[in-house]
Design a protein around this ligand. Structure first.
Ligand SMILES: [Zn+2]
Length: 385
């Protein structure tokens, strides 16, 4: 039935886009788009004649001269959200230092963070080149991490109650063993809030895959070397509903871990983002190849600004798009970042005296050129979880 649902949705698309353009408030517009494009379930038995007529009409619409085309397209760009601004919290980060440790067992830090370090594995030594903005020229070779990407493991989650303690511990240990074998992430925060080092910090880990991010001075492409990977033993939940698969112990530990990593490597808050914000698919040139933490990430509880409101670098710098599947996976907080980015792209195109489409085509060409110039660094540069 799925293909029928898609046909019906595509039939309604011009009407939906027309109505969306009439909504001045950007958040209301995205909310409407999201609601309108989730087509109600079809009844189990749809009369065959109705299906034939519907599919025939949809097929005919595809060939109407001048019709915009009904293949799954990116969501219509909304008009300028003038009131949107990027708000960054003060980025002061007090020092956090190591106060006790036992080689191959644990480390304890001044902010209460305890790291379980037994079984830590090595992978590829970290090495990456800075890509400068706006020239996109490659600059110095670096070996320090510039940011943190937060993930969920998307693994099986046992109920969090005392009766399931043994199962929670067993499932957690299986997960740790698997991640160390795969060299995935630098840290895993288990359901009890224990922080396990998986891959040592001096090495890259497989976690970000094909990805793009940027701060004021640099652009980052395929982020396994540039960013540390921190995973919650959890499963993604779409939309604005608060996740019930993350425990308060995990959030407390994630805050302490974030404080320590930011202090140790002087990491800017703008480079503390979720996998869904950076993941891309170069084949169809859309963002959201991975959608873990596409919504509900507890930025504020971790002492960070709400980075969902940041512009999405892949859209702004390399002309990526997004589709309805991505909008469905996100919540209203990330929409603000998408809208801000759409506005920036429109302004940049206008400044160059072209419309958005040819401007984005130029950006896509820049991405292809950057990919071709990236040094071949093997599996670690593209491996994702
Ligand atoms: Zn991920």
């Amino acid at each position: 039935m799925e293909h029928v649902r898609r046909w019906l949705l595509r039939l309604r698309e011009p009407w939906i886009n027309w109505r969306a353009r009439r909504l001045a408030d950007p958040v209301r517009r995205l909310r409407y788009l999201r609601r309108a494009t989730v087509f109600p379930p079809l009844p189990n038995r749809v009369p065959k004649l109705l299906l034939v007529l519907t599919c025939t009409a949809a097929g005919a619409a595809l060939f109407i001269p001048g019709h915009p085309g009904l293949l799954l397209r990116e969501v219509a760009p909304p008009p300028p959200p003038a009131q949107l601004v990027v708000q960054q919290a003060a980025s002061h980060q007090s020092d956090v230092w190591l106060v006790d440790s036992r080689e191959g067992q644990y480390e304890i830090y001044s902010n209460g963070l305890r790291l379980e370090t037994a079984g830590t594995v090595a992978y590829l030594p970290r090495a990456w080149r800075r890509i400068m903005r706006p020239s996109l020229a490659q600059s110095e070779l670096r070996a320090d991490p510039i940011g943190i990407i937060y993930h969920t493991t998307e693994s099986h989650i046992a109920p969090f109650d005392p009766d399931h303690t043994a199962r929670l511990k067993r499932v957690g240990q299986w997960l740790i063993d698997y991640l160390r074998k795969e060299r995935s992430y630098h840290y895993l925060i288990d359901r009890f809030g224990r922080v396990h080092r998986i891959v040592r910090e001096s090495d890259a880990a497989g976690h970000a895959g094909r990805s793009v991010w940027a701060d004021d001075s640099s652009v980052y492409i395929n982020l396994n070397h540039e960013f540390l990977g921190v995973a919650f033993e959890s499963a993604t939940q779409s939309g604005d509903q608060p996740s019930d698969s993350v425990t308060s112990a995990q959030i407390r530990s994630a805050r302490a871990l974030t404080e320590m990593l930011r202090a140790r490597y002087r990491i800017s808050t703008v480079n503390c983002v979720t996998h869904a914000q950076v993941s891309v698919n170069p084949l169809n040139h859309r963002i959201g190849n991975h959608t873990d933490w596409a919504s509900n990430f507890p930025f504020l509880e971790l002492g960070l600004p709400d980075n969902y409101e940041l512009p999405v670098a892949a859209l702004e710098i390399f002309g990526f798009g997004y589709d309805q599947d991505f909008v469905t996976a996100t919540g209203g907080r990330l929409w603000k970042g998408l809208l801000l980015t759409e506005e920036r792209v429109r302004q940049a195109a206008s400044a160059e005296g072209v419309s958005v489409m040819p401007y984005r085509a130029r950006l896509k060409e820049k991405y292809r050129k950057q990919l071709a110039e990236l040094p071949a660094s093997g599996e670690s540069k593209e491996k994702a979880i």
